[in-house]
Design a protein around this ligand. Sequence first.
Ligand SMILES: Cc1cc2nc3c(=O)[nH]c(=O)nc-3n(C[C@H](O)[C@H](O)[C@H](O)COP(=O)(O)O)c2cc1C
Length: 281
Amino acid sequence: MKNVKLLLVLATVTLTAVSCGSKKEAPKEEAPKMLVLYYSQTGNTKAVAEEIATKLGADIEEITMVNPYDTGFQATIDRCLQDRERGIIPDIQPVKANIADYDIIFLGFPVWFGTYAPPVQKFLLGADLSGKKIVPFCTFGSGGLESSVKDLEQAEPNAEVMPGYGVRAARMAAMPKEVDQFLKANGYLEGEFVQLEEFPAQHDVSEEEAAIFDAAVDGYPMLHAKAKTVATRTLPDGMEYLFTAEDLPRENSPKMPPAGELQVYVTVVNGQAPVFTKVIR
Ligand SMILES: Cc1cc2nc3c(=O)[nH]c(=O)nc-3n(C[C@H](O)[C@H](O)[C@H](O)COP(=O)(O)O)c2cc1C
């Protein structure tokens, strides 16, 4: 019985010592609170949002509209153009999350007309993101992350707009791996990532490189361009090309004048056909 009492006393002393010891440790920096907030009309951006939230264990919320768009592409374009003419930015349902509780907001959107879709514009008009870090992510037909980021920086001058992630709707299969690398490379997730070398200087395209460009953009109606110069770098599983191309007039859209010079990123994964990953206009 004496031994049992002694053991109990020792255990109490040890427990006290352990809890005292942990109290003396330098206070750990609290993990930043992260919210994934997104609008998605047809599901692509939603898939990216869910991938990010799952990987980070972050809270997630969808921005929804009071009067949602018709899901048809042309009907959506028509309503957007009509809204624009009338100066209307459509109403959204109140966001449930208390933005003030979060340090980092992953803000997701489809690129519409070169920038974030109107429901995200509406959210930004009503939210106070001062002092927050905003990590933009988006999906697009051909590109628009860079132009969206410029608009975001203008709309939120008191927030810190961080490097973002964007993926073509046609390349959603590549998204989970790219999101993983993006989160690791930017320090949101621990783990190894591939640090790509910088592109070297551009050189005039060879016939072979011009053929790679043409194969990559072939069949994409909104991209009618001719490659001029290129730089290449190696990827773990292939090659990446950064083309500078001249936008050519589109016969079927005479109202859309050529955009001038474009930057077109193309990857060729070993054994696969070339695909473009984004266009910067
Ligand atoms: C009204 C409208 C405008 C669009 N404008 C662009 C654009 O300017 N650039 C682009 O690359 N893709 C554009 N797209 C394509 C969408 O960005 C793309 O399909 C996106 O993946 C849709 O995301 P979601 O599935 O999350 O709605 C547009 C689509 C719609 C409906």
